[in-house]
Design a protein around this ligand. Sequence first.
Ligand code: 4NP
Length: 156
Amino acid sequence: MVKVVFVCLGNICRSPMAEAIFRQLVKDEGLADQIEVDSAGTSDWHIDSIPHEGTRKILNEYQIPVDGMKARQFRSEDLDEFDYIIAMDRSNIENMQAIHKQGDQDKVILLLDLIEDTDDKDVPDPFFTGDFDQTYDLVTKGTQALLEKIKREQQL
Ligand code: 4NP
């Protein structure tokens, strides 16, 4: 089993969106029994909250299931347990490093580093921008590239 976790700050906007989109991509490719998907936030601000209304709304529009998702905080054990740790922005990487210096940081990937045709480094945070469509487009491109990378590297 290949284990993937998406990480943002609150775990209510971007990383649950990425988790839901990526899980759907994995399912569509018939890889659901080989790739496990999760998400977490570096803060403890929204533990146990369901995804933000804007994230739920856009996922519903694209008929991507959001049921049963609840925010949790990123733990140092996640750096051992997961094979791919995908940060939504550079501050998420700094936050993971600050809290868990001992972990294997080589597994940490910035989502938008996987997309070639963009100058964006950080997935804009719709909690502040209010633009869930822009975030959806970038997360979709990033997660598609991630699935190709994992299929290649894991020979799936
Ligand atoms: P996320 O967005 O990291 O994409 O879940 C945020 C959600 C909540 C807050 C900040 C960012 N907050 O300040 O509560």
